[in-house]
Design a protein around this ligand. Structure first.
Ligand code: ATP
Length: 431
């Protein structure tokens, strides 16, 4: 049996009287006796289906009386241009079949008239996705993944998939979920950092898009325990080179979304769209600390910069900027330290939200080992990784974008749960 031969967004291109089969969900019903209307939606759009005494079979009219909102139906009918219909055409029903019934009331209002709380929406995410706005956000999520992948392929990157089950900590112990792995202990990876560095030996330019895990009891609007990371690592590059790649990626995403802005109108942040031809500003860590202090902030040199600190600098609101050359103690062991005690590192911020961090990596085994020791990490637990640095490790640099956070900027949403299909935080592991 054929369920559909057209998606609803294809119907407006058809000539009058074309016979079609569409299938989807009932959004709305109106019964005026001799005329009955229903609105049917699929994942592309919605349209009005009309039943009239003189045009459609009687049994179809009777069936319509039993149909409820969100029932899944299949409609066979003819397309008719109409000046009164909102979309310029309607579908005259010839046959209707109910494929699946929906219980009532639904756990949340899906026509967007009454706002449900975020918790109710997340408890019922598949139903929340029937709200056009939510569906648009996740179609956009897919679009941005596609644009990013295309960008990397066009620039000669190799896509890789590294393990999620690991035996030692990537960055030194904390924040790892432990799991039992047969008779051993294992952990869930917090990032692909060490693997992607190793892979520059054979593949030079790699990227990975995947989920990673942090075992902190976060209770913020920008942290999750499972998040999507978009990582790159490039051989024969330093932090300035990979910052340029990042700026180009942002520009490319902005350009392409400007072209599709009609399709995604209500879920696109104007401020992001400006980056199709706006440069990303860059400040050193020291400059930012000075700016924070000037505005009355309490930070001192060597400390991490908090989002509260950044909020004090009003000029940085709603824009991308790099913060470069962080002091050694603020960055992980694999970041290259310069002679002056700063590092070849950067964060990309949008206002007070950190989107990405990256830098040049230390490729010299001795220097790396001495840094690990200085940071009081256990050298032995990195031996499997460090051994490769004795066999031709190229100079390399890379970064990691928190993809759900990037989507917050692109959509203008202020909670990371709005840009994550099934968020995982300390209170939520279902659905
Ligand atoms: P933060 O300081 O915001 O906690 P981080 O310094 O721990 O982040 P990194 O380890 O540098 O983050 O990870 C790179 C990027 O991954 C971050 O810039 C951020 O966008 C994203 N990220 C890191 N941790 C999380 C998390 N728990 N939830 C969502 N995104 C995250």
């Amino acid at each position: 049996m054929k369920y559909k031969d057209f998606y609803i967004n294809q119907l407006s291109d058809l000539t009058d009287d074309t016979e079609v089969i569409v299938a989807g969900w009932v959004e709305d019903l109106r019964d005026l006796g001799k005329i009955k209307f229903l609105k049917i939606k699929d994942y592309t759009d919605s349209t009005q289906v009309i039943w009239k005494v003189e045009e459609s079979p009687v049994e179809v009219g009777k069936l319509i009386e039993t149909i409820n909102q969100n029932d899944v139906i299949k409609v066979k009918g003819t397309v008719r241009k109409s000046r009164v219909a909102k979309k310029g055409f309607e579908l005259v029903a010839k046959e209707i079949e109910v494929l699946s019934k929906s219980k009532h009331p639904l756990p949340l209002e899906i026509r967007g008239k009454i706002g449900a709380s975020l918790d109710v929406r997340l408890d019922n995410r598949p139903i929340d996705l029937m709200r056009p706005r939510t569906a648009k956000i996740f179609k956009l999520f897919s679009e941005v993944l596609k644009i990013s992948r295309n960008f990397f392929y066009k620039n000669g990157f190799v896509e890789v998939v590294t393990p999620r089950i690991i035996s030692t900590a990537t960055e030194g112990g904390a924040n790892l979920f432990e799991l039992s792995y047969f008779d051993k202990k294992a952990f869930l990876a917090q990032s692909p950092q060490l693997y992607k560095e190793q892979l520059t030996m054979g593949l030079e330019k790699v990227f990975e898009i995947g989920t990673f895990f942090r075992a902190e009891p976060f209770d913020t609007t920008r942290h999750l325990n499972e998040f999507v990371s978009l990582d790159i690592e490039v051989a024969f590059a330093d932090y300035r080179d990979v910052m340029e790649i990042l700026a180009n990626l942002i520009k490319t995403i902005s350009e392409e979304l400007n072209e599709r802005s009609k399709e995604y109108d209500e879920v696109l942040n104007e401020k992001f769209l400006e980056y199709k031809d706006k440069e990303i500003e860059s400040y050193s860590y020291e400059e930012i600390v000075d700016m924070v202090i000037k505005k009355g902030g309490k930070i001192s040199y060597g400390e991490d910069i908090s989002s509260e600190d950044i909020k004090l600098i009003r000029d940085l609101k709603d824009k991308f900027f790099f913060v470069t050359d962080w002091p050694e103690n603020t960055k992980p062991f694999y970041i290259k330290v310069k002679d002056d005690g700063t590092t070849e590192s950067f964060d990309l911020m949008f206002g007070e939200l950190e989107i990405c961090s990256g830098g040049t990596r230390e490729e010299n085994r001795e220097k790396l080992e001495s840094r690990i020791t200085r940071m009081r990490l256990n050298l032995n637990s990195f031996s499997e990784h460090l051994k490769f640095f004795s066999y031709g490790m190229p100079p390399h640099a890379g970064w990691a974008i928190g993809f759900n956070r990037l989507m917050m900027i692109i959509t203008g949403e202020s909670n990371i749960r709005e840009t994550t299909l099934y968020p995982r935080d300390k209170n939520r592991i279902t659905p």
